[in-house]
Ligand binder design. Structure first.
Ligand code: C5P
Length: 394
């Protein structure tokens, strides 16, 4: 039986830790709990002892029956160390190698993967110190189930709310059972929008958040692939262990892909590439009321279709996956794109009017030469694994 060590820290969202523990147990996982002293101000260890039927560890110097170095045995027992909820304080300590209680000492001593679900006030969440700590932890390979936005216990509105219990549990289970079926594979992913300058201060673009591509990169990396991510301007931190190339325009994205495609086993084109770019971007700011002809008519030229070009040149051993974000007739359009772009698999979804772009969840159709499958609505991270499964099957 696999063991998840759940670290519980002192914040209001602690009541949800009980449900996280129950969710993991229902999936057949053994759960042990370690709490900080602050956490015990909110909930007594007896609660978690009753839920887990295991001893609950709190103090570094508490007597654990028959176990003089408790943090080391806890660290070794864990197949995954999940800290939920995790305060800014505890993240800061782990990021800086401070190990002054049982929870943080165990975090340092364990070789199990670490998964953190942060919860705190929005200003604490957004503070430079916290953002830098989260970035440092990510770069070190720590996984996150990031906070959501909404009303916080303190009455403020914004990011910092503990992620949904189901999301935390499913991410933990995903990491526990992480398949390593992409070891030795090179995966190239495009994501995000492109921006096409009109003049130095204006551009044509779209509201793609890049989340789908980042989720794909994270999933492929966790499954053992060597991952390269080419992304347009997005507000997302580099996923752990992924090589990220940040570009702006479609032409730059084309060049970045062109240089890497031949060395790729699976290429996934999730970017929302601008189909057109201004033919002659001005090198000065266009002024209203001026005689500049560009103010009346903006001449556009078509950008290269990166997916279609790579699809046309792919070798039989390469797999090419494209997307079809449509406002209508998703299946029919996805089928057409499978042929016109020489893709092995097209992921179709409805977009616009609040759907797909920027959202956390999505609902997709997977179209390949054999037929069509549906998935979702579910998180983009779950869909990433479903898409990778399908890409491995074509
Ligand atoms: O034709 P459409 O833009 O709807 O096709 C979407 C698919 O094509 C996506 O996979 C997108 O990443 C890719 N694409 C591309 N280069 C373009 C336009 C679209 O790679 N210039």
């Amino acid at each position: 039986m696999r063991t998840v060590l759940v670290g519980v820290t002192g914040c209001v969202a602690i009541y949800k830790a009980c449900e996280v523990v129950r969710g993991l147990q229902k999936a057949g996982v053994r759960v042990k709990v370690v709490m900080t002293e602050h956490a015990t101000e909110f909930i007594k260890p007896a609660m978690f002892r009753a839920l887990t039927r295991e001893p609950v560890a709190v103090g570094l110097f508490d007597d654990a029956p028959g176990d003089p170095i408790h943090h080391i045995s806890l660290a070794k027992e864990a197949d995954l160390f999940l800290i939920a909820p995790c305060t800014a304080n505890v993240m800061g300590k782990i990021a800086h190698g401070i190990a002054d209680d049982l929870l943080t000492t165990t975090a340092m001593a364990t070789s199990a993967p670490l998964l953190i679900a942060p919860a705190m006030n929005v200003n604490m969440y957004e503070s430079t110190a916290n953002q830098e700590n989260m970035r440092a932890l990510r770069e070190r390979g720590v996984a996150f189930v990031d906070s959501g936005s909404g009303y916080l216990a303190c009455g403020d509105m914004g990011k910092g709310r503990l992620a949904d219990v189901d999301e935390i549990v499913s991410r933990a289970l995903q990491m526990l059972g992480a398949r390593r079926d992409l070891v030795g594979k090179r995966v190239l992913i495009t994501t995000g929008p492109t921006v096409e300058p009109i003049d130095p201060v204006r551009f044509i673009s779209n509201p793609s958040s890049g989340k789908t591509g980042f989720a794909l990169a994270e999933a492929a990396q966790e499954r053992g692939a060597e991952v390269q991510l080419v992304c347009g301007p997005v507000q997302l931190d580099n996923p752990a262990g992924v090589e990220v190339m940040r570009v702006k325009t479609a032409l730059q994205m084309y060049d970045a892909v062109d240089a890497r495609f031949d060395d790729t086993d699976i290429a996934i084109f999730a970017a929302a590439v601008s189909d057109f770019r201004p033919a002659k971007p001005a090198d000065y700011k266009l002024k209203k009321g001026s005689a500049d002809a560009q103010l009346q008519i903006l001449e556009l030229v078509e950008n290269p279709d990166i997916l279609a070009s790579m699809g046309a040149r792919k070798r039989p051993d390469q797999v090419v996956v494209g997307f079809a974000a449509e406002t209508e007739d998703v299946e029919e359009n996805a089928r057409k794109k499978l042929v016109s772009k020489h893709a092995d698999l097209i992921i179709g979804n409805l977009a616009g009017n609040g759907r797909a772009f920027g959202t956390e969840e999505n609902e997709i159709v997977l179209v390949d030469a054999d037929g069509i499958a549906h998935a979702g609505p579910t998180s983009k991270r779950d869909l990433a694994d479903i898409i990778l499964d399908a890409a491995l099957k074509v």
